[in-house]
Write a protein that binds this ligand. Sequence first.
Ligand code: OKS
Ligand code: ZN
Length: 343
Amino acid sequence: MLTIYSDAHHLHHGCELKDGVLMPCFEQPGRADTILARVRATGLGPVAAPGEYDSARYARVHSPRYVRFLERAWDEWTASGRSHDALPLIWPVRDLRGDIEPEFIDGKLGFYAMDAGVAITAGTWKAVRASADVALTGMDALLAGERSAFALCRPPGHHAAAEYMGGYCYLNNAAIAAQSCLDGGAGKVALLDVDYHHGNGGQSIFYQRDDVMFLSLHGDPKYSYPYFSGHRDETGAGSGLGFNHNYPLPHGTGWPAYSEALNHACGRIAAYAPDALVVSLGVDTFKDDPISQFRLESEDFLRLGARIAELGLPTLFVMEGGYMVDDIGVNAVNVLTGFLAGG
Ligand code: OKS
Ligand code: ZN
């Protein structure tokens, strides 16, 4: 399987507030380095650099003003005299004015964010762009006839919606790739999110559409991030009604219950009969993940990949979450080798 990877992710390494203390993000460069090392050690296949794409490609699923905000945020932050990470710290909740974009950067940060887990640093935009380009390049490989590809994206993307960032995500790499597939001639695409956290960004972007079916297996939002999205009754709206499927699962979920939900989701994908599948691949469902509550074992990731392969679809894997444990490389690549063995 072809892997797309860019070193530019090293330019992004921010801080987050964890339990009231400012510390380096769990979402750190070592994650992608460890996965790449495992791709090489297992001989998964060739590793290629991404092409460069016009930012209009990102604006197929994001608003142009949001893309411009991301591009300029660091310069506006430093122009106002700051030099440490920019973090959003105020949000237009409920009856506040969410309809007027503030002019000062501190206001803009909150306007374009769902939480504070999105540090913007000097290298963030370059890394974010390269990550989206990794996904676009992977999709181009599929459009050129590859059965599968692995977009080793960092930073991740599945919490980012049309006009906001959140949860370590800035541009929604998987959604950008799914849209690119449609723009390249596909009629229908399925987006399956197996990260521990609900893929609220992909859900939001495609909620009213029937040309992308969105499905997510995740920790129940009653007690898992992102808390305000991912319930079972979120099934789409307008012509998208019936094309959004959430599988919230309880703390402690292991392979038996997980695979039952996965089988159900795969059944829905098969009935939808898409031209291609994009998988938001998070491996924070692992038993030892430091911020998640499922109990998948390393071997279960082989089974996960094999089940996805049974769909027989051209498949792009887009890297999302999974945190700094030595096993992150083994677990991510197990999904891919399981897919290759199963398909
Ligand atoms: C704020 C950021 C919390 C983000 C947690 C979820 C990240 C993730 N401290 N999403 O898939 O893995
Ligand atoms: Zn996650």
